[in-house]
Design a protein around this ligand. Structure first.
Ligand SMILES: NC(=O)c1ccc[n+]([C@@H]2O[C@H](COP(=O)([O-])OP(=O)(O)OC[C@H]3O[C@@H](n4cnc5c(N)ncnc54)[C@H](OP(=O)(O)O)[C@@H]3O)[C@@H](O)[C@H]2O)c1
Length: 305
């Protein structure tokens, strides 16, 4: 029988707040599926949901929260500022709040350090005539962060953070930031453990959050024989090992599923020993891979891009 441990909470760097170490991801969770996924998750112990305006499903997620019967104050809700909205942070938060049907977010993240033209040829992914990304080159992430600090001050969000920020880009932000980001959400799994970035975040008191912990859809991680061996040893699924890997290294993890059995399975965590951790920490040396790498037309200064 597997020996499961309780899902811990990880303290944020201010406000005395803590974030549950496992949260339900909602990217690519379709209308007609996502409300049920959220309800199933909340009724089976999840207290953390990871949303974003760009996922286009915040309204349905809000419905799932209502249907679950779990009180709002027990749930940690994150959403994210999309790239075309860097000049209008307050309006963007208010739109997400309206869609979700709540009056505050627990955490609001700058989704990518890439401001895009808010008045371009598309509200989500504007392009220039030559087909390249329509970047808002007059605007910096430091300007965006000032507005993030303002919505924190107003109480619309309880904490602010970033996503897809490499160490050099964070250094740039920290030159002018009054509030240190509470979290940085990045791609993390055994093929992309980002050890140096995690060390840097720990030094700065920034919580690391792992997105695409399974390597997103149809990933080779789920059939990796080295990971399967660890799963067999603990009598759990490869999925449970991939979730447990992050929790065992003090990282918040955000598995996405719309499948009831998997949602429940993904909330289970086992204690890994030092040999397991050594194997998982080293797989990238031969199998290093990043799965999520949109072509932004700017160098985000990440490895394996
Ligand atoms: N900040 C960012 O830029 C960013 C980028 C990417 C993702 N994220 C966040 O991170 C979350 C997770 O990342 P992700 O959606 O890319 O992918 P993921 O969680 O790594 O993988 C999701 C895929 O794995 C399947 N799956 C789920 N549990 C499984 C299990 N136990 N065994 C086998 N397969 C399983 C899901 O299928 P079913 O749903 O069909 O069960 C889905 O196809 C997102 O939903 C989002 O909230 C953030």
């Amino acid at each position: 029988m597997p020996e499961y441990m309780d899902v811990p909470e990880i303290k944020l760097n201010y406000g005395g707040r803590a974030i549950p170490a496992v949260g339900l991801g909602t990217w690519q969770s379709k209308p007609g599926e996502v409300a049920n996924a959220v309800t199933v998750a909340l009724q089976n112990g999840y207290r953390h949901l990871d949303l974003a305006w760009i996922y286009g499903n915040e309204t349905e997620v809000g419905q799932g929260i209502k249907d679950s019967g779990i009180p709002r104050h027990e749930i940690f809700i994150t959403s994210k500022l999309w790239c075309t909205k860097h000049r209008h942070v307050e309006a963007a938060v208010r739109e997400s709040l309206e869609r979700i049907g709540t009056d505050y977010l627990d955490l609001y993240l700058v989704h990518w350090p890439v401001p895009l033209n808010p008045n371009g040829n598309d509200p989500k992914f504007p392009k220039k005539e030559d087909g390249s990304r329509d970047l808002d080159t007059e605007w910096t992430i430091n300007h965006t962060w000032e507005q993030m600090e303002a919505v924190l001050e107003k109480g619309l969000v309880k904490a602010i953070g970033v996503s897809n920020f490499s160490e050099p880009v964070l250094d740039e932000l920290l030159k002018t930031a009054k509030v240190v980001p509470a979290a940085n959400q990045v791609e993390l799994h055994p093929y992309l453990p980002q050890h140096e970035l995690l060390e840097y975040l720990e030094k700065k008191g920034i919580v690391a959050e792992a997105y695409s912990p399974f390597g997103s859809t149809n990933s080779p991680l789920l059939t990796d024989q080295d990971i399967q061996k660890i799963a067999d040893k603990h009598d759990v699924s490869v999925g449970t090992i991939l979730i447990s890997y992050q929790v065992n290294r003090n990282v918040v993890v955000l598995p996405k599923s719309v499948t009831e059995k998997r949602i429940i399975d993904n909330s289970k965590v086992v204690k890994l020993d030092s040999e397991d951790m050594e194997t998982l920490n080293s797989l990238y040396k031969t199998k290093g891979k990043r799965f999520i790498k949109p072509d932004w037309g700017v160098d985000l200064k990440f490895e394996y891009w």
